[in-house]
Design a protein around this ligand. Structure first.
Ligand code: NAD
Length: 269
């Protein structure tokens, strides 16, 4: 029996760039794209040795090329330089996954101004910067995929998350607008809207939510996080990555401008 090489796989010859892919959902998406033969560009913060271990591990495990660029998603010039490096290295970005995101939980009248600015920059404006850089080559090729990791909070709100909910609703609007602009160019633009996925981002907001609502850790998990999720189960990073992979397929070529819910029934209520 022969083993499929990277060049036999569905994304062979393509390049996927995933922002915020040193952790959580983004890392799972980058690994899934690589497992299916794409060269990948990973991005995000973290400890240099751990990132290099992940980068080289992706290359050796999946037989693809993997580039790391540490661009700060709050900085338009660093994002432009990352997109240029990806194009110089691989020719173009075929699959753009806008995933980097942060959270801060606080009543709106106490919300730190610098947190508001950072959340809008990372969770919303960075996608404008990557999309504007990626689209010309996608248009020239007549093929492209833009996948934005939004959230159930792109569709509904929760208290104490004003900046996050505003940014994610903004991503929904950006997704729909760009989808319409490129609808006849072979490029699809979609948002994935997960409910609660068990990642470091969720783990980190537990102490603030405990403080804001005066609850214990278990109460935050049961009564706040999974209260809205009828299945009472966290979504997994691999489930999100599988949906992203599906959106890259030919079977998904008519799906554009959508908010793909992956939320255990949250938004159905
Ligand atoms: P995470 O904290 O595990 O990962 C976030 C990634 O973004 C990391 O790689 C981090 O280094 C990177 N990042 C943060 N600030 C950055 C910056 N300024 N520049 C570049 N990279 C930066 O979080 P996650 O849960 O995997 O979240 C990923 C995305 O999924 C986010 O957009 C988040 O809003 C969204 N999301 C998460 C959940 C959930 O429950 N975890 C639910 C819905 C949507």
């Amino acid at each position: 029996m022969t083993t499929a090489s990277a060049s036999d796989k569905s994304l062979a010859g393509k390049t996927a760039l995933v922002t915020g892919s040193t952790s959580g959902i983004g890392l799972a998406i980058a690994r899934t794209m690589a497992a299916n033969g794409a060269n990948v560009v990973i991005n995000g913060f973290g400890e240099a040795n751990a990132i290099e271990k992940e980068r080289s591990g992706i290359e050796s495990e999946f037989g693809v090329k993997c580039l790391y660029n540490g661009a700060d998603m709050t900085k338009g010039d660093e994002i432009a330089a990352m997109m240029a490096e990806a194009a110089d290295t691989f020719g173009m970005v075929d699959i753009l996954v806008n995933n980097a995101g942060i959270q801060h939980v606080s009543p709106v009248d106490e919300f730190p101004v610098e947190k508001w600015d950072a959340i809008i920059a990372i969770n919303l404006s960075s996608s404008f910067h990557t999309i504007r850089a990626a689209l010309p080559a996608m248009k020239k090729k007549g093929w492209g995929r833009v996948i934005n990791t939004a959230s159930a909070h792109a569709l509904v709100a929760s208290p104490f998350k004003s900046a996050y909910v505003a940014a994610k609703h903004g991503i929904a609007g950006l997704t729909k607008t760009v989808a319409l602009e490129v609808a006849q160019e072979g490029i699809t633009v979609n948002a994935i809207c997960p409910g609660y996925v068990w990642t470091p981002l969720v783990e980190r907001q537990i102490p603030d939510t405990m403080k804001a609502r005066g609850l214990t850790e278990e109460e935050v998990k049961r009564d706040v996080l999974l209260a809205a999720q009828p299945t009472k189960q966290f979504v997994t990073v691999d489930q999100v990555a599988s949906m992203a992979l599906y959106l890259t397929s030919d079977a998904a070529s008519c799906i554009t401008g959508t908010m793909m819910q992956l939320d255990g029934g949250w938004v159905a209520q």
